[in-house]
Design a protein around this ligand. Structure first.
Ligand code: GAL
Length: 652
């Protein structure tokens, strides 16, 4: 398996490379990723190519048995490209995103596309027969720094043809979007605007109110633009080599449809920073990010940048504690990683990321973090058969939909509501119970329970698929704000929960978008709603919980309906963490899903007949009874103890 580092030879004097490569070998690293920001080195002047720096670095590393993943350098355009061509994005106010950092280019700029095509072609041609280049990474983190959507003239023109292709006639577009509202009908596709700054300020600072059809389509178009830009690069590389191609995605990031983006990739990779300048993440949140990354292709992935030190651009996050880098590595692996690459080998002395610490500090002297990863690398070699190609036992599915993320973002329903957060509350409760939960879409039949929170934009063919799943015995969970919109982001002329009314066996009579009120929920479990209350009239469904305050006291809050051989739960409100855990217990029982109660902060993951245990606590814990058998890392029978930040693979 890949166990490596992100490496920037261009940041270090040539006479230090050999010693750095020796140290990598000593650290048990067998792969580096290089090149992804070095366009100016490869093409100092337009049309003058020079890959000698990279050739030398690849060679020096290869002599130590370290292979290379090559990044195409298109995230960092050189100055000549900026000065001679029109490549820059425009923001919502029409301002240029000036050159001087990275990721400022527009995916629809014909100049940027053409110059990217040329550099990628030159690189692929140059390295096609180099057996030390074992994989390619396209560009770097599409969408990073808020760069998914651009508002330039080229985007406007491309958007017009994208719409024409989709809608056929402008009359059709007007009808689907309801452009009649506020006199917004268009006479031709060329008239269609981009949803930029306008007179109508929205509730959330950076948003302006536009026609919801326009807004949603612009999200889709912008996402498609990067998918297409990436495909252009992949096609070039594939002309020359069979080496697998990836891109480094960003976990929870939702501006680009990662199902679409990963379709053209041989494998997904992603960048994981659990604790940095912008805060520390709960372990459940990190686990979910890994599962999203596994779910987009339903396939194991590589972590292409794993945090390896204290991290920040100008202020710093916490320093990973002894054992934490190892734990984060095993957490990644437990949720589907089969390759680990750490960002970055040695901390930069200059540039924007001077304080984004790597495996080595500025002075390049190996210390605690280096030795911890060295040990981890050694352990992993012995575990390979439980990692590469291995798959967890998944009982439940959490459906993740980019259309719905965008739809909920455009109309956020409640000040405190956030769709991604709502999905996370369901993931977290399942993780706390150690339910094997995939985060993906489709293929409902593979799971005993399917959670589909706030699934609001529903494609027509999805409805029949879900009905079939439940009819055949599946357990489905629906929540408030579900089923009421179509693919054009129009509200359906139906009572809530719209297309799911029959499945859920209810009708929502009224709802209450809460402000500073807590509404008590009582019945099969107790809890509090703080965002939203659907006031439910059960039709064929049974009531599980009712509200215990407000004018709807006594009315149904949570219901369950029998449908064919299956069951449909409907949760009309948000729930606090404790109530959510109780609810997940109910669903799991109904679906025949095993719940594993472990000490707080301990994750249990089942993989075939192997149990993976992760202790996220800074203290040792007793986990007797959770797994019995051979401790594959410890080497003897499992003692039932996990050290602080300890991990174990226990095989029967
Ligand atoms: C990632 C990026 C890296 C580096 C790192 C630390 O988002 O891919 O190039 O910038 O963050 O900031």
């Amino acid at each position: 398996m890949y166990f490596g580092v992100d490496y920037y030879p261009e940041h270090w004097p040539r006479d230090e490379w050999e010693a750095q490569a020796d140290l990598m070998k000593e650290g048990n690293f067998n792969i580096v990723r290089m090149g992804e920001f070095a366009w100016k080195i490869f093409e100092k002047q337009e049309g003058k190519f020079d890959f000698s720096l990279l050739d030398d670095a690849i060679e020096i590393l290869a002599k130590r048995g370290i292979k290379t993943i090559l990044g195409t350098p298109t995230a960092a355009p050189p100055k000549w490209l900026n000065d001679n061509y029109d490549i820059l994005q425009r923001d919502k106010y029409g301002r240029k995103k000036e050159w001087g950092s990275r990721r400022e280019c527009c995916a629809n700029s014909t100049d940027y596309i053409e110059k990217s095509r040329i550099i990628v072609d030159e690189m692929a041609k140059h390295y096609k027969d180099n057996s030390n280049v074992v994989a390619w990474q396209i560009d770097n983190e599409f969408g990073c720094h808020g760069s998914t959507r651009c508002y330039c003239e080229q985007c406007r023109r491309e958007f017009a043809s994208w719409l024409k292709e989709k809608y056929g006639t402008i009359e059709n577009l007007n009808a689907k979007w309801g452009s009649v509202f506020w006199s917004l009908d268009y006479d031709s596709f060329d008239e269609v605007i981009l949803p930029a700054y306008n007179a109508c300020e929205g509730t959330f600072g950076d948003l302006w109110s536009h026609n919801p059809g326009l807004d949603l389509e612009y999200h889709r178009f912008s996402s498609d633009s990067w998918v297409k830009y990436q495909k252009m690069q992949i096609d070039i590389i594939k002309k020359y080599t069979d080496a697998p191609v990836t891109h480094n995605l960003m976990g929870h990031f939702s501006d680009i449809d990662y199902y679409d983006l990963s379709k053209d990739l041989d494998f997904v990779s992603w960048d994981n920073y659990p604790d940095n300048q912008w805060g520390g993440s709960d372990y459940e949140y990190v686990s979910m990010a890994h599962e999203i990354m596994r779910g987009v292709k339903d396939k194991n992935f590589v972590v292409m940048e794993e945090q390896s030190g204290p991290a920040g651009w100008d202020v710093l996050g916490r320093t990973p504690k002894p054992g934490q880098l190892r734990l984060w590595t095993y957490q990644s692996i437990a949720h589907g990683a089969e390759g680990m690459v750490y960002f970055r080998f040695r901390t930069a002395l200059f540039g924007m990321e001077q304080y984004w610490y790597g495996v080595l500090d500025h002075d390049g002297v190996p210390r605690r973090r280096f030795y911890e990863l060295q040990q981890t690398g050694k352990e992993l070699q012995a575990l390979e058969q439980y990692i590469v190609g291995a798959k967890n036992n998944y009982d439940a599915l959490l459906v993740k939909s980019y259309d719905n993320t965008w739809g909920h973002d455009i109309k956020r329903h409640n000040h405190k509501y956030n769709y991604e957060g709502h999905l996370y509350s369901y993931y977290k409760a399942n993780r706390r119970h150690n339910v094997g939960m995939a985060v993906s879409r489709g293929d409902y039949e593979k799971y005993k329970a399917v959670y589909m929170p706030a699934y609001n934009i529903v494609e027509d063919d999805e409805i029949a698929k879900l009905e079939k799943y439940v009819e055949n015995g599946g357990v489905l969970v629906l929540t408030f704000r579900s089923g009421t919109r179509d693919t054009f982001n129009r509200v359906r002329s139906l009572a809530v929960p719209g297309v799911f009314a029959k499945l859920a066996g209810i009708e929502v009579e009224e709802f209450d978008s809460l402000r500073d009120t807590e509404v008590a929920v009582t019945g099969s479990f107790e809890g509090k709603a703080r965002l939203w209350c659907d006031i439910i009239n059960p039709v064929t469904a049974k009531t599980i919980c009712t509200y215990d305050s407000e004018y709807y006291k006594g009315k149904a809050a949570v219901t369950v309906n029998s449908y064919g051989k299956g069951k449909v739960f409907y949760v009309g409100c948000d729930l606090d963490d404790a109530a959510m855990e109780k609810f997940v217990e109910l669903v799991s029982k109904e679906a025949g899903i095993e719940i594993i109660n472990a000490p707080t902060g301990v994750e249990v993951i089942k993989r075939g007949d192997c149990t993976i245990l992760l202790n996220h606590n800074a203290e040792a814990v007793d986990v007797k009874g959770l797994a019995e058998g051979k401790a594959l890392i410890g080497g003897s029978d499992f003692t039932g103890k996990l050290e602080a930040f300890g991990v174990e693979f226990v095989a029967k």
